[in-house]
Design a protein around this ligand. Structure first.
Ligand code: SAM
Length: 263
C-alpha cells in the first residue's frame, strides 16, 4: 500500500526515536493513551505492550483495518475517524482518567489539532507530539523572540511546553522535505491564575496578534477599542505604546485585558 501524501503519511522508521517518544510520556503502565495518526503502527506497537489501553485514531480506513487485524482489541481500540472530530472527553470518561496523547502528526493540520487538544484540555494530562521543526520552534518560543506569536501564546496558555529532540527527513519513509521535532505539552491551563476567562481572553489574543506588522495598540484599535482607552490601559500596565503583541508576556496581556474590561 502506497503512502498517501494528502494524509501526511511519512512513516517513522527510526527505532531509537520511537523509544524516545514513548519514554517522553513517562510512566505509562496502567494508563490510557490516545495515539493520533498511528499509520502503520510504528509507535503503536511500543505503546500497546506497555499501556493499559491505546485508542488509535486513524482517518485512513485501510490502515485502520490493518491495525485492527494486528492488535488484540483488549489492548487497542481503533477509531477510524478524523482526529478533529474525535471526542477526547468521552474517551477520558471511558478510561476513568485524564488521557495521555502521543502522535507523529499529519503536518498539514497541526494547528487545528493543537486547537482541538487545547479545547479538550480537561480530558488531557500530557501530550508528546511530533511536528514540523519550525512549528515546534513557534510553539515553544519565549515572548520577544523571533518565533513567538499567537500560536506560542495560545498553546502555552494551556500548559508548559518543552522541545525534546529533532529528526532529519531520513528518519521517515517516504522522507518529508522538512525536519521534525518532538515536543511535550503538560496540560495545566493558566486562565484562573491569570484572572481571565477562557473564551474572552482567547478572543482578545486573536485581536492583539491580528496583524504581525502592526503594534499591539493598532491591532486593538482596529478591533474596535477606542484609541484613548487603549493608550490609557497600556500606560497603566506599563506596556510600551509602540510594542507589538509578540514582545509582551502573556501576564501583561492578561493585565491589559483586565484594564480594558474595567474601563
Ligand atoms: N504514527 C505513524 C508513524 O509515526 O509512522 C504515522 C504518522 S503520519 C506522519 C500521520 C498519520 O496520520 C497517517 O497515518 C495519516 O493517515 C493519519 N491522519 C491524517 N489525517 C488524519 C486525521 N484528520 N485524523 C486522524 N488521522 C489522520
Amino acid at each position: 500500500m502506497h503512502a498517501k501524501p494528502k494524509l501526511g503519511q511519512n512513516f517513522l522508521v527510526d527505532q531509537p526515536a520511537v523509544r524516545r517518544i514513548v519514554e517522553a510520556l513517562g510512566e505509562i503502565a496502567g494508563r490510557t493513551i490516545v495515539e493520533i495518526g498511528p499509520g502503520r503502527g510504528a509507535i503503536t506497537e511500543s505503546l500497546a505492550v506497555r499501556a493499559a489501553h491505546v485508542v488509535a485514531v486513524e482517518l485512513d480506513h485501510e490502515l485502520a483495518a490493518k491495525l485492527r487485524d494486528r492488535f488484540d482489541s483488549a489492548r487497542l481500540t481503533v477509531a477510524g475517524e478524523d482526529v478533529l472530530r474525535f471526542d477526547f472527553a468521552a474517551a477520558a470518561a471511558k478510561a476513568g482518567e485524564r488521557l495521555l496523547v502521543a502522535g507523529n502528526l499529519p503536518y498539514a493540520i497541526t494547528s487545528p489539532i493543537l486547537t482541538r487538544l487545547a479545547a479538550s484540555h480537561a480530558a488531557l494530562d500530557l501530550a508528546v507530539l511530533m511536528v514540523q521543526r519550525e512549528v515546534a520552534e513557534r510553539v515553544t518560543a519565549a515572548p520577544g523572540t523571533r518565533d513567538y506569536g499567537y500560536l506560542s501564546a495560545t498553546v502555552q496558555l494551556y500548559g508548559p511546553v518543552e522541545r525534546l529532540f529533532t529528526l532529519p527527513p531520513s528518519a521517515f519513509s517516504p522522507a518529508p522535505k522538512v525536519h521534525s521535532t518532538v515536543f511535550r505539552w503538560r496540560f495545566a491551563p493558566r486562565f484562573a491564575e491569570l484572572g481571565v476567562p477562557e473564551p474572552g481572553f482567547l478572543r482578545f489574543l486573536r485581536q492583539a496578534f491580528a496583524q504581525k506588522r502592526k503594534t499591539l495598540a493598532n491591532n486593538l484599535r482596529a478591533a474596535g477599542f477606542s484609541p484613548g482607552r487603549v493608550t490609557g490601559a497600556l500606560a497603566a500596565i506599563g506596556i510600551d505604546a509602540r510594542a507589538r503583541a509578540e514582545a509582551v508576556p502573556v501576564e501583561a496581556l492578561a493585565a491589559l485585558w483586565g484594564k480594558l474590561e474595567e474601563q
